[in-house]
Ligand binder design. Structure first.
Ligand code: 0A1
Ligand code: ZN
Length: 882
């Protein structure tokens, strides 16, 4: 057997899954809480699987074991062994009760996994994070999601230092103890996996509201935060109530405890966590007020509050059998949140946002060395698999199934899924089986989507036979090979489509074998490598609008002429496809500028947008989206040997061309007409205006810098909320306007004690394009408010620089990589999860031009060679370099 360094442990494989040999029916946990040390007593009621003959093995990491008894008897030292994060115990029987007592060190826990301190020793509070495997940092336990137990949790602590004591479940008494201490007990009657356990203890304030579920259950909704930000929790509380009502109305899902607690922390590795009855949120996704929150952030708060709430059914009541099934809860919950947000806001805009994110984060992931299936077959570090593929692509897979079943059929299937699997740890097969059986449909072919990495390419070719009035659409699919998967199977791809005539109207569809002849929209499914669909009675050569609403997560390759895309951009009534036609046309225009090709695409794109710019009836937010070409990362994805500096310059010149075509006078006039109303309107109309205003200002800055900078400076000074203020700051800073420094200094002073606003101050500067970015990042690292210990701050500066500033990070001299690798090493020693996540910024390195590619490889290889790298970072770098 070869010795493995710490960062290359043996992989865990889906094919090795075995049901647990030992289960725990009920857990009693007693905590004696303190900042430096806390002690935990756990009593586990054990159940043994007769079919398996294994000793009792419990997970435990970083625990100082103080005592251990089995059925009331102290265990002899020879009757247990604790090595390699596993405690093995002899002599346990079915029905045995094991009691362990351990000591933890919360204040020393910088990894923010298990029990840790948020904020300062003097004023901060204690909290836990257990997903995916944090519970083993709290006590010895079979820490796997298919072990479901009821929890009785008693918290004891000094009353003065920890006046608020919270755990998941229903409150079950409080009381005084000697020496100024007190206790509180919580009982969770719903059996749950250990990753959903949570506690919070400290000085916190609350706002609360009474809520009655549709099935008549009275529930207390309580939002908790540190005192200085409690006034910023109202929006989230409203959003929570909207989400609860929506889940009742849409899925007949009711909340099931007497209390629902939500806590905000500034120290959190992820966005938020759905712990049963005690959600814990990164403050970034809970706090909101007009002075410090942008429109995009408001929508994100609403979405994340809903996401965590929806997990109560999709994740908590029905949980995952093992971590390979992660998308069972995450893909489904993202889909539920996306549907909710579409209902609360503009549905087409939500779809555009979601698909943009999918392309930016998931398509790039799927095209690089970290590509993996929605259901991976192996992993080394599960925390590395909370990815865009599991979440975003997973949601697209649910969306395709929902589309296939239709609204009522999907609801029927979901009812069946919840009913069959309530209180169980389920698999993706269980999900597809329930949905399929409720609709008499075999959904097993969909499993192919879950098992393959890579984004399928969908090729479309249209042939019009004028004599026979027939249009033949030939679709074919191909998924490129990825590491470990050289050959891919065809997957069922639903293609929602319409055919447009030259006047921009949809033509009636007559498609052999399809029921509703004469309709103008239909869905065809390509479930083989290639197939031709023949449309009859087509009066003229049509322009097809394909994959409407982005009906499948694929890359469409279709040889449109620029004027055909311009026709869809101008006329498509599917808001998503209209935007999409603009994206395709902009990408073609970009290619033409890059390759010195003919001017047809740039001209068509600019002309179509200039015409739309004058259309009064077009929604402001949609127009803003149409005026935004694909981002630099997406453009880089379309070509080998990418040079990010050149891509940035070309994209800027494309935008400049658009701005010139619209004209400075028209841009200026539009800006003035959108200028800030006196009242801040947080509704869709207000948000749309601000979005368009920003876009117009950015375009104007490209052709009349002086005027645009003056407008931006005035907008900064007079802004009514964070959206306008930050947009103005961004225009000034990115364009290196002379007014930028004063605005930055003002912002810095004004938001000195507002951590979330200060993060934005770091982010804006980390995105300065090109050469000056690195020096700015280095200067900001010396800022007293910068720290690697706070994930939000580290992400704001280093994450933004590496992931959202391609021309700044990917310097030809490799200095961006060297700095970033050094910081990753430092971060890794503090918080491996964050280090590993940030390191994924290197993902596109293989598609860089050779000089940068070698510099990136060298920086990663050197980092990987360092001693004592974490398993998290080691796995990411290892995969990246494979
Ligand atoms: N389940 C959460 C995401 C989450 C995952 C891991 C965490 O700690 C490592 C924290 C949160 C969600 O989907 O919202
Ligand atoms: Zn989730």
């Amino acid at each position: 057997m070869s010795a493995r360094p710490e960062h290359t442990p043996a992989p865990t494989r889906l094919s090795d899954y075995r049901p647990p040999a030992w289960r725990v029916d009920a857990v009693q946990l007693d905590f004696d809480l303190g900042i430096d040390t806390s002690e935990v007593t756990a009593r586990l009621q054990l159940r043994r699987d007769d079919a398996q003959d294994e000793p009792l093995r419990l997970d435990g990491e970083g625990l100082e074991l103080l005592s251990i008894t089995l059925d009331g008897e102290a265990l002899a030292p020879t009757a247990w062994r604790y090595a390699d994060h596993v405690l093995e115990i002899d002599g346990a029987r079915d029905g045995s009760v094991l009691e362990t007592r351990v000591r933890l060190k919360p204040a020393a826990n910088t990894a923010l996994e298990g029990l840790y301190l948020s904020g300062s020793r003097e004023a901060g509070f204690l909290l836990t994070q257990c997903e995916a495997q944090g519970f083993r940092h709290i006590t010895f336990f079979p820490d796997r999601p298919d072990v479901l137990a009821t929890y009785t949790v008693t918290l004891r602590a000094d009353r003065e230092r920890f006046p608020i004591l919270l755990a998941g479940g229903n409150p079950d008494g409080t009381g005084e103890l000697e020496g100024g201490r007190h206790w509180a007990r919580f009982v969770d009657p719903h059996p749950k996996p250990s990753y959903l356990f949570a506690l919070v203890a400290g000085r916190l304030e609350k706002i609360e509201r009474d809520y009655t579920t549709a099935d008549g259950h009275a529930v207390k909704l309580v939002m908790w935060s540190e005192a200085n930000v409690i006034d910023r929790c109202h929006y989230a509380l409203d959003a929570l109530e909207r989400a609860m009502r929506w889940d009742e109305q849409t899925y007949d899902r009711n909340y099931d405890l007497d209390v629902f607690h939500v806590v905000a922390t500034h120290d959190f590795n992820m966005g938020a966590m759905e712990n049963k009855g005690l959600n814990i949120f990164n403050a970034k996704y809970l706090l909101a007020d007009p002075d410090s929150t942008t429109d995009d952030e408001y929508r994100a708060v609403e979405a994340v509050v809903a996401h965590e709430y929806f997990h109560n059914w999709s994740g908590n009541r029905v949980t995952c059998r093992d971590w390979f099934q992660l998308s069972l809860k995450e893909g489904l919950t993202v889909f539920r949140e996306q549907s909710f947000s579409a209902d609360m806001n503009s549905a087409p805009l939500k779809r555009i946002e979601d698909v943009s994110l999918l392309r930016r984060a998931q398509f790039t992931e799927d095209a690089g060395p970290l590509a993996h299936p929605v259901r991976p077959s192996e992993y080394r570090e599960i925390n590395n698999f909370y990815t865009a593929t599991v979440y975003e692509k997973g949601s697209e897979l649910v969306r395709m199934t929902a589309g296939r079943l239709g609204r009522d059929g999907f609801r029927r299937g979901m009812d069946r899924y919840f009913e069959r699997n309530d209180g169980r740890a389920a698999t993706i097969e269980d999900f597809l089986t329930a949905l399929g059986e409720a609709n008499d449909i075999d959904l097993s072919p969909n499993l192919a989507w879950y098992g393959q990495a890579g984004t399928p390419r969908l090729k479309a070719r249209g042939d019009y036979d004028a004599a026979r009035h027939q249009y033949t659409l030939t679709l074919s699919q191909h998924t490129p090979p990825s590491h470990g998967q050289p050959h891919k199977q065809p997957v069922p791809i639903p293609v929602k489509l319409a055919l447009f005539g030259h006047d921009g109207r949809m033509l009636p569809l007559h498609l052999d074998g399809q029921a509703a002849a004469g309709e103008t929209e239909s869905v065809v499914v390509l479930d083989q490598p290639e197939h031709s669909f023949v449309f009859r009675d087509v009066a003229e050569k049509p322009v097809p609008s394909l994959l409407r609403g982005f009906s499948a997560p694929v890359i469409l390759e279709c040889d449109y002429a620029p004027h055909e895309l311009a026709l869809l951009l101008t006329h498509d009534v599917d808001g998503f496809n209209r935007w999409e036609a603009g994206q395709q046309l902009a990408a073609r225009a970009f290619d033409a500028l890059r390759d010195g090709g003919d001017d047809a695409a740039p001209v068509a794109w600019c002309d179509a947008l200039a015409a739309l710019f004058t259309l009064a009836e077009l929604d402001d937010a949609l127009l803003a989206g149409l005026l935004t070409p694909p981002g630099e990362l997406e453009l880089a994805d379309r070509q080998p040997d990418a040079d990010p500096a050149r891509i940035h310059a070309l994209r800027q010149s494309l935008l400049q061309r658009l701005a010139s075509r619209i004209g400075a006078a028209a841009l200026h006039a539009r800006y003035q007409s959108l200028a800030a109303p006196t009242e801040l309107d947080l509704g869709a109309a207000g948000q749309g205006m601000r979005r368009l205003k920003r876009r117009v200002l950015e375009l104007l800055a490209l052709i009349d810098a002086e005027r645009a900078h003056a407008l931006a400076a005035a907008q900064y000074d007079n802004a009514h909320g964070m959206t306008d203020r930050l947009a103005a700051l961004d225009v000034l800073v990115r364009n290196q306007a002379t007014q930028g420094d004063a605005a930055l200094a003002h912002f810095r002073a004004r938001y000195d004690d507002n951590a979330l606003a200060l993060d934005k101050w770091f982010m804006v500067q980390a995105q300065i394009p090109g050469e000056p970015a690195l020096a700015r990042v280095q200067a900001l690292e010396a800022d007293p408010k910068f720290t690697l210990k706070n994930p939000n701050r580290a992400r704001a500066l280093l994450g933004t620089f590496a992931s959202a500033n391609p021309s700044g990070f990917h310097r030809a001299d490799g200095a961006g990589y060297v700095l970033f690798a050094e910081r990753l090493a430092q971060l890794d020693a503090l918080n491996p999860q964050i280090a590993a996540r940030l390191a994924t910024a290197f993902n596109g390195w293989k598609r860089l031009e050779p000089v940068r590619r070698e510099a990136a490889r060298e920086a990663m290889a050197q980092l990987l060679g360092r001693p004592a790298l974490s398993r998290n970072l080691g796995e990411i770098l290892g995969n990246m370099l494979q």
